[in-house]
Design a protein around this ligand. Structure first.
Ligand SMILES: NC(=O)C1=CN([C@@H]2O[C@H](COP(=O)(O)OP(=O)(O)OC[C@H]3O[C@@H](n4cnc5c(N)ncnc54)[C@H](O)[C@@H]3O)[C@@H](O)[C@H]2O)C=CC1
Ligand SMILES: NCC(=O)COP(=O)(O)O
Length: 354
């Protein structure tokens, strides 16, 4: 059983963010990017970090990366038959059972008050399924355990070229493309917009911001010729929302291809300064790849996936388990570092608001 250490109590009283960092799927690159991130002493400047995983698995697979012996560790016990079956680069029921156990431990400790937030290493949803845990992803497990029904998947990335911040919320997430149209409803869209508005205000200090909303079909339907969802209800929904929220600037339904031109210019700074001024504070994409292709094109090395609507902070790197390079020592930890830094910033904002 995990015991709250005395130094955690002290850091809580000092208002330093206390973050749990899960190792993700032990057959993927999660452990590598966490250990590389923690090898940079600057990462501890503003927060206290506790790794959540299985120590003996870590030692078995990542001996060459163990430069830092002093990391705080929440050692999650695993049966030997799970540990013996975990093989670097090979997704399996065992690796899924392990990453699920790490998440459960981190969530339980956070809900018990030991941490202010969780930074999660990447997991494979298919490995969770093979282990008998049927969730679309970590997001839904977090929401279920925290008992919230209103939550969202927001990607945040700060441009290294201009310092401009891209924030993209997905209206729908891990569902087949053929189910997107049916899943999108005025109620769902309003729920996601509420979450984005609240998060901009509470977490990023942006009141009365500008939010851009994507259309669904090519050219936002071209007056019904290329798809009818926009004409049937999406334009009316948006008009209703703008009336309800006169202080916000809601812009849409922007044709999904051209929607990303302005953020791209603001990100790279290769246009005039106007693009950064005109770019929005938040973008609402209607489905997974509509939002994530541009995020990953601009910022695959540094974007952060954050779950909004939870009673605690959760962030994660934007990349996955990368089984193809696991154990090779070439995984880039930049996105993991950004996830830790963002979690620390967001917790600090909440602590200062208390
Ligand atoms: N936050 C999470 O838990 C996420 C989990 N996934 C899961 O990951 C698994 C694999 O998904 P893929 O689509 O292949 O995406 P992926 O991000 O794991 O890999 C895509 C490509 O990028 C490379 N790559 C990824 N991260 C890298 C890093 N830090 N440094 C250097 N190269 C890196 C990989 O080697 C691969 O060539 C799936 O099971 C998916 O569900 C995917 C995205 C996020
Ligand atoms: N594409 C984002 C992703 O797969 C992250 O999912 P989750 O595990 O954070 O729910």
């Amino acid at each position: 059983m995990y015991q709250l250490k005395q130094d955690k109590v002290v850091s809580h009283l000092n208002n330093r963010p206390r973050l749990a960092v899960t190792l993700g799927d032990p057959a993927g690159i999660g452990t590598e990017v966490v250990l590389k991130a923690l090898a940079d002493s600057d990462i501890y400047n503003d927060c206290d970090l506790t790794v959540v995983g299985n120590r003996s698995l870590l030692i078995k697979n990542y001996t060459y990366l163990q430069k830092n012996e002093n990391i705080d560790f929440l050692d999650v016990s695993l049966d030997d038959n799970i540990k013996d079956k975990v093989t670097l680069g090979v997704e399996s029921a065992a690796s899924g059972a392990a990453s699920f156990a790490f998440m459960e431990a981190a969530i339980a400790a956070t809900l018990a008050g030991d941490f202010d937030g969780i930074v999660t290493g990447p997991i494979a949803k298919s490995a969770w399924k093979a282990a008998g845990h049927i969730y679309p992803g970590q997001t839904e497990l977090l929401a279920e355990k925290a008992g919230v029904e209103k939550f969202g998947m927001l990607f945040v990335a700060r441009s290294p070229h201009t310092n401009w911040t891209l924030r993209t919320l997905l209206a729908t997430t891990h569902i087949p493309l053929c189910q997107v149209s049916e899943a999108l409803t005025p109620e769902l869209m309003s729920r996601k917009l509420d979450l984005l508005v609240e998060c901009l205000e509470k977490d990023f200090g942006i009141k009365n911001g500008k939010i851009v909303i994507a259309g669904l079909n090519p050219h936002s339907g071209e007056r019904g010729q290329l798809g009818t969802e926009e004409a049937d209800w999406l334009f009316d929904w948006l008009e209703g929302e703008q009336k309800k929220r006169p202080n916000l600037t809601l812009s849409g339904l922007i044709p999904p291809d051209t929607m990303w031109v302005q953020p791209g210019q603001a990100w790279y700074g290769n246009s005039n300064i106007k693009s950064q001024i005109q770019a929005a504070d938040g973008y609402l994409a209607l489905y997974h790849d509509q939002g994530l292709i541009p995020v990953k094109l601009m910022a695959f090395d540094r974007a952060v996936n954050t779950t909004i609507g939870l009673p605690f902070i959760r962030t994660s790197p934007d990349h996955g388990t990368a089984f193809d390079i696991a154990g090779k020592g070439i995984a880039d930890p930049t996105s993991m570092k950004a996830a830790i830094e963002l979690a620390s910033e967001l917790v600090s904002v909440r602590i200062s608001d208390r």
